[in-house]
Design a binder for this molecule. Structure first.
Ligand SMILES: [Zn+2]
Ligand SMILES: [Zn+2]
Length: 745
């Protein structure tokens, strides 16, 4: 049998992840000749020999951990006569259009070297290889080459250069590779860091995508001081521990949460605090859950290693380690994360006792990603480090769109072909520094993707900074702009990532979004049909006494419920706040009481009625506390009414007035789930549609999401909820992009 030759075209995440050396190793193992090369659309391979099938099956089954194959196209080509080797060929120029890979946590091989006294990388905080290390956060431009990263400042030493040039080496073309003799340096030893943490100091430590504020999570004085200095009165802090065994002394972990924590992306994952956990009570005041994370940079590991006396080898990695660290983004005053060394001295000087920096520049600011397991799947609360800029696949190609997102938890999105590139979490667009970050990311994404948008999509709200930016850009560059309604966009994001192209019933439950006729929406039942939507129904409108203030003060929403029930005279006794009398007047005269169909305000009303939280310290707090109180959801019969497709939960709210918080939380969640199911079933009967899209920030609520999905799935519906993008406003830009692209087609 004469040798055969095949040409393979591979797409997916196959560049900058050690894919070519992997092909080289496989070709040697199966005695094949040929070549591999990177180009704009992915990787081309030609292989010749007798064991081509073995090569292809190993290609799929032994793929490097960071790589992902989306498609393989295979065809026979005529064999070459004088070929004996397998070569890694020069990349084609068009490789420029390939994307930058996301950052990745230190890999097991590098971790072994880190604590191996015989390795030249022994205890070096910046070691990395093609399987791990910084990528997106150090890259200025494409192609993804060392010269275009902040590692360009460090000339490779001969030993590193030799590894970089050797196709059989794990560091072949590892762009950020470095060693103690040629790479970046840390300003303080791990021993000194641990010493200061144990002393109760607050440290600002430079990480992958920005600085963290770090302190001993068991030292209540330190954590309380951090809260005061950071002016973060109540938002929960994330906690890092050395390994799962150590985390398990602090929180309860199920299998999917464990797997997610240990994944190469190493995100922050929400988990329930274990009763009796030895942690400062200031970690997550009033909440039963907070974020936990495992170490993901070599420095994190060096710190935990120093905490147990600097043992060599890797055995200590499996043992319980009693160091637990608060790891919170250094973003004082709601401004973007600090990334520069001088900037850190200036902005963090009054918060941190000590600054730990290094001389590898962070090019692209990137917060930690935050996820939670809901209804059995990992779902984003904040999508950033280690996931950005990986593309989300769209159902089909659309014209290139720049979508600028909303106001809170802003992200932007750029599409190219059938891929959507969602930016990292940018933040709330309410200060100058965040505007600047927003503009920087728009430019960065357009540049690195080399996209000239055909259209700019924005929210319907005319006053958002993002909307005004889109309109100005449209004028300047003569680009068409398009407004996409907020909740339509939420549902569009779900449809885009799940490939739903047929009409669906969409339920958007959210805090606030501008609707048609200048109305305030947030509890919307829609007929979602891609480019278009029809508002089929909504939650019964509630008055918001004091307008925007009502969104921060749940007691106001509760008072509005008393008013609606005709029990206004009870308000003063129930809510002895200083401005109660004024509020009653507003309600009775209907002054400054705009109506809203927001589901977020419904949660606030319930929390206010149950006395869970009168005034919120941050957006969503009351709803999170209410969720935390829930034990077993229970349904109140006749707890809701549906008239003209309008869902009214007033009977439930009235019942809550006389409930204790736990009973009330159970009743509220259980009844809401039953009512929403009823509402959707009635709509499904009329429309004959069995696909349901769930979108909007309220679906971060695990009790609500799991409960509703279970109910609907059991009744035979196909139910979709975001996985690759956050279901809150962090995913809005994806939906805007998809809808604008569909309309433009
Ligand atoms: Zn590595
Ligand atoms: Zn070196």
């Amino acid at each position: 049998m004469s040798p055969t030759r095949q040409h393979l075209e591979i797409t997916g995440l196959v560049q900058g992840v050690g894919f070519r050396p992997f092909c080289h190793r496989l070709a040697q193992r199966f005695a094949l000749s040929g070549w591999v090369l990177n180009h704009g659309g992915g990787v081309s391979i030609e292989i010749q020999g007798r064991r081509i099938d073995d090569f292809i099956s190993a290609l799929k089954s032994e793929l490097p951990p960071l790589a992902r194959i989306d498609s393989i196209e295979q065809k026979d080509v005529p064999p070459e006569v004088n070929e004996s080797e397998f070569l890694i060929r020069e990349s084609l120029q068009s490789a420029v259009t390939a994307a930058i890979p996301p950052d990745s946590s230190v890999c097991p091989d590098c971790l072994r070297e880190l604590f191996d006294p015989a390795s030249r990388y022994y205890r070096y905080p910046f070691l990395n290889c093609t399987q791990c290390g910084p990528r997106y956060t150090v890259t200025r431009a494409l192609p993804y080459d060392r010269a275009n990263t902040s590692m360009a400042a460090f000339k490779l030493c001969p030993a590193c250069q030799a590894e970089y040039d050797d196709p059989t080496n794990r560091r072949f073309h590892a762009q950020p590779t470095a060693c103690p003799s040629c790479g970046p340096r840390l300003s303080m030893s791990a021993d000194e860091i641990v010493h200061r943490l144990r002393d109760g100091e607050i440290l600002a430590i430079k990480g992958l995508g920005g600085f963290h504020l770090v302190c001993d999570a068991r030292n209540h004085d330190a954590v309380a001081r951090l809260r005061i200095r950071k002016q973060r009165e109540a938002k929960p802090f994330a906690v890092m521990a050395a390994n799962l065994a150590s985390l398990e002394t602090l929180v309860e972990l199920d299998d999917p949460t464990r797997a997610l924590l240990e994944s190469p992306q190493r995100p922050i994952v929400l988990a329930k605090q274990r009763s009796g956990a030895k942690l400062s009570p200031a970690i997550a005041p009033g909440l039963d859950s907070f974020g936990v994370v495992l170490p993901y940079t070599p420095l994190h590991y060096l710190i935990f290693n120093a905490a147990v006396g600097n043992p060599d080898g890797t055995e200590w990695l499996q043992e319980t380690n009693d160091l637990a660290l608060v790891m919170t983004s250094a973003n004082p005053g709601g401004e973007p994360l600090v990334i520069g060394n001088d900037e850190a001295r200036e902005r963090l000087g009054s918060i941190a006792d000590t600054l730990v920096d290094h001389d590898r520049d962070i090019v692209c600011r990137c917060d930690d990603s935050v996820l939670r397991i809901t209804a059995g799947k990992a779902r984003f609360i904040r999508r950033a480090r280690s996931y950005v800029p990986e593309a989300i696949k769209l159902p089909h190609e659309i014209p290139s769109v720049l979508a600028v997102g909303g106001h809170l938890k802003n992200t932007i999105c750029v599409t190219r072909g059938d891929r959507a590139y969602l930016s990292q979490h940018i933040g709330s667009l309410d200060n100058r520094a965040t505007y600047a970050f927003f503009e920087e990311i728009v430019q960065h994404l357009l540049d690195t993707l080399q996209v000239k948008p055909a259209i700019v999509a924005h929210d319907l709200h005319p006053d958002f900074f993002s909307t005004r930016y889109a309109q100005e850009l449209g004028l300047k560059q003569r680009l068409p702009t398009m407004a996409v309604q907020h909740h339509h966009a939420h549902l569009g994001a779900v449809a885009a990532e799940h490939g739903v192209t047929e009409a669906a019933i969409g339920l958007a439950l959210d805090g606030f979004g501008l609707g048609e006729n200048n109305e305030s929406w947030g509890g919307e039942l829609m007929l979602f049909d891609g480019a278009e939507y029809q508002r089929l129904g909504h939650l019964a409108p509630m008055k918001q006494p004091g307008a925007d203030r009502a969104a921060r003060e749940p007691w106001r929403m509760a008072a509005a419920v008393y008013d609606r029930l005709g029990r206004g005279e009870e308000i003063e006794r129930r809510f002895p706040q200083t401005d109660t009398a004024l509020l009653r007047q507003m309600l009775s005269k209907n002054l400054n009481c705009p109506a809203t169909s927001s589901a977020g305000r419904l949660f606030d009303a319930a929390a206010g009625l149950l006395g869970v939280k009168a005034v919120s310290d941050y957006e969503g707090q009351a709803a999170m506390m209410l969720e935390g109180l829930t034990e077993t959801p229970e349904t109140m019969t006749h707890g809701w009414r549906i008239e003209d497709n309008r869902l009214d939960l007033l009977p439930l709210l009235e019942r809550l007035i006389d409930c204790d918080p736990v009973t009330g939380a159970n009743l509220f969640h259980g009844t809401l789930i039953a009512a929403l199911t009823d509402w959707i079933e009635q709509t499904a009967e009329e429309t004959k549609i069995k696909t349901v899209l769930l979108g909007g920030g309220c679906f971060l609520n695990q009790v609500l999401s799991s409960g509703l999905m279970n109910e609907l799935t059991a009744k035979g519906y196909t139910v979709k909820l975001s996985q690759q993008a956050p279901c809150n406003d962090g995913g809005l830009s994806l939906g805007q992009a998809w809808i604008a692209g569909l309309r433009r087609r």
